[in-house]
Design a binder for this molecule. Structure first.
Ligand code: NAP
Length: 231
């Protein structure tokens, strides 16, 4: 049977490429982002396998819009990729309360809220895959300007472990992939001028396959996915 996955942050970068990759492998994809241009491009790439929803995941009403879409299209969820992310690059002493709040809202609170609100639409043996970062992986190298961002990603890892324990009885798995540098707009914001060893389309293949099959081998794991960031 054709699987259906939800990908947040699908208008560009890693989420965009993962939506394309999975759709080309005959998976149904619900692609979510705020800006329409990338979503339009996804529809043009594969109208049959890609649904697009223009939503801000920090808006509490976004869960209702997703549930309406699932009802209308008679879909259950085999996997969700919590990929949407915000990175504010500022020295610790310059980070305002609003910066901290928006970091946590996008990177941690929204994935938690969406997971809770969509939980009864998950199929048996489904997979919650959180996209963390090497910056939020315990013991990794840390970098100036990324304290709030890295803290949210550390929190996302711990949320993953808690969800895996709590949802095991429902046969829902949860894992977190902590990515090293991948060439995207966000990387340019974090490390201007740095050339990553991995392109978004290449990382997308790994993430797409992991979303579909990784939970056969892993549950509750926080996994580093890096060749360039020493731990
Ligand atoms: N690139 C790297 O080197 C790297 C390394 C470690 C971890 N990561 C993680 O990988 C994930 C993807 O990163 P990327 O590099 O592909 O970043 P990106 O190119 O900046 O893309 C971020 C995506 O998130 C979406 N997004 C942001 N806020 C949103 C919101 N409130 N509601 C809905 N969508 C939202 C953006 O779409 P709209 O603006 O259209 O909403 C965009 O599609 C992130 O979680 C990031 O932290 C990346």
């Amino acid at each position: 049977m054709q699987k259906h996955v939800i990908i947040t942050g699908a208008s560009r970068g890693i989420g965009f490429e993962t939506a394309k990759y999975l759709a080309s492998k005959n998976t149904l994809v619900t692609a979510i982002a705020r800006s329409v241009s990338g979503l339009r491009e996804l529809k043009a790439f594969n109208n049959e396998n890609i649904f697009t929803l223009q939503l801000d995941i920090t808006d509490p009403k976004s869960s209702h819009a997703i549930i309406n879409h699932l009802n209308k299209s008679e879909l259950y969820i085999n996997g969700i990729l919590h990929n949407a992310g915000l990175l504010i690059n500022k020295p610790f002493m310059e980070l305002s309360d609003a910066d901290w709040e928006s970091q946590f809202r996008v990177n941690l609170l929204s994935p938690a809220r969406l997971t809770r609100n969509l939980l009864d639409r998950f199929s048996d043996n489904s997979h919650i895959l959180n996209i963390g970062s090497m910056g939020g992986y315990q013991g990794s190298s840390k970098f100036s300007g990324l304290s709030a961002y890295s803290a949210t990603k550390g929190g996302l890892g711990i949320l993953t472990e808690c969800l895996a324990a709590e949802l095991e009885s429902k046969n829902i798995s949860a894992n977190c992939l902590c990515l090293g540098a991948v060439q995207t707009e966000m990387l340019e914001q974090a490390f201007p001028g740095f050339k990553a060893p991995i392109q978004a389309n290449s990382m997308a293949e790994y993430i797409g396959d992991f979303l579909l099959y990784g939970h056969k081998f892993y549950n509750g794991q926080i996994l580093p996915v890096t060749i360039g960031n020493p731990t």
